[in-house]
Design a binder for this molecule. Structure first.
Ligand code: PHE
Length: 328
């Protein structure tokens, strides 16, 4: 028995534990519940006399402690190594930074226009970009086959030519007027589409801002004052010129130019809403009158930022986009 114990001792000492798998094999070999060498010795204790049992009990207990010690030593060494691995992460290295973006120049202009009109009591509304013929054209005094349709070359849906990509935000006037009763002051901004060749000055998609005001006794001087307020909010005191123009849905109509860097620049269209348009949406044109205006956001941005090519707004070149701050 003594020799057997010596051999077991040796075996415990010499067992090579390199990995956690080895450790588990070691533990099972000596302390496994059924066949562990030390476990079996404990079981055999019951078979010997009480006197011997005390002596051998202690010896076997020591064996058990040796096995447990070896396990402890391995665990503590490897836990240190684990911790060292964690410590190799240098917490002083700065984390990956998330770059702060900037607001797109067209959004900056858009937000500015909204701010300007909210201050004078306008409500902001959105309208659909996919429109039907009636809202985009017919209700705005542009019946089918009318030559004024040619002013806006349009993307129609092949399958259903009644559906199109809106060519202007004026369709929002119709949608709003149909649902609400006057008075109202409304602003809408969004994408519009025209079948135009892409160049430095034009694109098949651009953004428009549309404003309209309907109440009793709204006159052309209200229109002029509102436009003056809009333009001076952007450009300060500049010369403004109203040039007679034509839109099927306003009468009289005008084009507005500003004098900037020695030249006149056209920035928007406007006019008194044609009484027929009011009638088309069941508003009594004997009682109510109103004005409307529409302007291109890209065009305004070109003037404000003194940019010559409209395409740069859509290239998404961050070197360009980064230059814009929300204040100007
Ligand atoms: N809808 C016109 C256009 O796209 C602009 C406009 C809006 C003109 C409102 C007058 C009044 O050209």
């Amino acid at each position: 028995m003594d020799k057997e114990i010596e051999n077991i001792k040796k075996e415990i000492k010499c067992f090579h534990i390199k990995t956690y798998n080895d450790l588990e094999t070691f533990r099972i070999k000596f302390l496994g519940k059924k066949k562990g060498i030390v476990t079996i010795l404990f079981k055999e204790l019951k078979k010997i006399t009480i006197c011997k049992r005390k002596i051998y009990g202690k010896i076997i207990n020591d064996l058990k402690k040796e096995v447990q010690n070896k396990i402890k030593i391995f665990n503590s060494k490897n836990d240190i190594q684990k911790n060292e691995k964690v410590l190799k992460l240098d917490p002083t290295i700065p984390g990956k930074s998330i770059e702060i973006g900037s607001i797109h120049p067209l959004s900056i202009i858009r937000n500015r226009i909204i701010d300007i009109f909210i201050k004078i009591g306008f409500t902001y509304v959105d309208g659909p970009e996919i429109e039907d013929d009636w809202h985009n054209f017919t209700a705005l005094n542009i019946p089918i086959f009318h030559p004024s349709r040619d002013m806006q070359d349009t993307f129609f849906l092949c399958k259903n030519p009644d559906i199109l990509l809106r060519t202007h935000t004026s369709s929002v006037q119709i949608r709003y007027m149909k649902k609400h009763s006057p008075p109202f002051r409304v602003l809408s901004i969004g994408k519009v589409y025209r079948n135009e060749t892409i160049s430095s000055r034009s694109n098949f998609m651009f953004h428009q801002a549309e404003g309209f005001y309907i109440d009793q006794k709204v006159s052309f001087s209200d229109l002029k004052q509102t436009i003056h307020y809009l333009i001076t909010s952007f450009f300060g005191e500049v010369k403004i010129r109203f040039r007679p123009s034509y839109f099927p849905f306003t009468e009289p109509s005008a084009e507005v130019d500003i004098y900037c860097n020695g030249e006149w620049l056209e920035i928007m269209g406007c006019g008194m809403i044609d009484p027929q348009v009011l009638e088309n949406v069941n508003i009594d044109s004997e009682i109510y009158s109103g004005f409307a205006f529409g302007l291109g956001i890209e065009r305004l941005a070109l003037i404000i930022y003194q940019i010559k090519d409209i395409r740069i707004y859509f290239d998404n070149d961050i070197r360009f986009l980064r230059q814009f701050k929300s204040e100007f």
